[in-house]
Design a protein around this ligand. Structure first.
Ligand SMILES: *Cc1c(COP(=O)(O)O)cnc(C)c1O
Length: 231
């Protein structure tokens, strides 16, 4: 156990240094970047270790796994992020727990989040997920749909759309996907004229977070580089 904490500390220190350097290269304040530690597939104990190293934001991609860890770790001051594909019948599990949802892109998801959030008088902070790369397998709305979708989403009383999210294709060299992050940023800048609450960019994972930060990411979602490979 001790050994594991040491390994995680070293990984985390390296990630934090890389975040800082990437921010400096882009003349940005590293303090404006939130590190979301993606703990999916790792047990609550791993979250506890990461918490002991100072992390406070954690991301999960399955509603029931999130609920389980939340219940085990109730006493800790954690901000939970739901980052996975949304199944409408499971929205009820994450709405009371998560402060942020990163992966909303269909009307029925908005409807269900609104329904569940209104019951507990909560305003859910939401990112709209975009499919920038155009890969068939990817979730998210297309560029030509974004304005209309943002307009739709702004009509819900218990949903506050704070930004856009995307996942870049997995490539060996993250330079190849720089354009994806740049494009998301351009869309956000453009859309924020009509939707001034749109300020955040959730983009960048273990393989590409430095490039994402150089292109303006304000939330990075990092799993492997902190917790190690998932089984
Ligand atoms: C798993 C996951 C991540 C983290 O991936 P790593 O490559 O392990 O950093 C980020 N975002 C989403 C949506 C994920 O599902």
């Amino acid at each position: 156990m001790k050994g594991l904490v040491r390994v995680m500390r070293e990984r985390l220190e390296s990630v934090l240094k890389r975040i800082e350097s990437a921010a400096k290269r882009a003349r940005r304040d590293p303090g404006e970047i939130t590190l979301v530690a993606v703990s999916k597939n790792f047990p609550a104990d791993a979250v506890k270790e990461a918490y002991s190293l100072g992390l406070r934001n954690f991301g999960e991609n399955r509603a029931q796994e999130l609920k389980g860890k939340y219940e085990e770790l109730r006493d800790l001051d954690i901000t939970w992020h739901f980052i996975g594909r949304i199944q409408t019948n499971k929205v009820k599990y994450f709405v009371p727990i998560a402060d942020y949802v990163h992966s909303v892109w269909r009307k029925e998801e908005l409807d269900e989040i609104e329904k569940r959030a209104s019951k507990i008088n909560k305003v859910m902070r939401v990112f709209i997920e975009m499919n920038i790369s155009g890969e068939e397998s990817k979730a998210g709305i297309r560029e030509d749909e974004v304005h209309e979708f943002l307009e739709l989403a702004s009509g819900y009383e218990h949903i506050k759309v704070i930004g856009l999210m995307t996942m870049a294709p997995f490539v060996e060299d993250p330079e190849e996907v720089r354009w994806v992050f740049r494009r998301l940023r351009e869309i956000k800048d453009d859309m924020s004229k009509d939707f001034p609450h749109l300020r955040e960019l959730s983009m960048g994972m273990s393989n590409d977070f430095e490039v994402a930060i150089e292109e303006g990411a304000t939330f990075v979602r990092i799993g492997t580089a902190i917790f190690g490979p998932r089984t």
